[in-house]
Design a protein around this ligand. Sequence first.
Ligand code: 3PG
Length: 203
Amino acid sequence: NQEEFMQKLAAIKVCPVVVIDDAEDAVPLARALEAGGLPMAEVTFRTEAAAESIARIAREVPGVIVGAGTVLDREQCARAIDAGAQFIVAPSFSDEVAQYAIGHGVAYCPGTCTPTDIANALRYNLPMVKFFPAEAYGGLKTIKALASVFPQLKFMPTGGVNPQNVNDYLAFDKIISVGGTWVCKKDLVRAKDWDGISRACHE
Ligand code: 3PG
């Protein structure tokens, strides 16, 4: 559920966003994340392999907390949860996804970047939101301004977060974790460079 997910996120601090084209890559990729010390994977529904990848990680790599990203509608949310997703992330906010995820006891972290987006999320008493795309929408400065009017809320900035700015984000106490694709870069996945992914986790 939401509280459990937040505790895990707060401990890991970086949620690797992964784009998997071939479900055969899912298990070695998840093991590389675990070996690198970031035992979490947000598998994006931007590829056909997403649901099968989540199912394989959930079955074969139990040490990795696996969830779904880029979940835009109820149908994708249902497929993600059926496959074993332990959390649902999106670039946007959706009532139907909120209702479905919460109804199934699965954490939902919607994408927001304006006060109105956040107010929509708060109708479901969500304790945290993703702030996306973080760097393009003003980064830490904007999050601090939003946090001043939503003091109870935690944020997960994603979009443009990288090894150079990650510590600035994580130093703000309202930021529970960051998300990003830099750990599982496309070329590393394509080259099946699992050691390279573990090294990126360490970095
Ligand atoms: C996402 O899926 O959340 C974004 O693509 C992550 O943004 P990044 O590629 O800048 O890390």
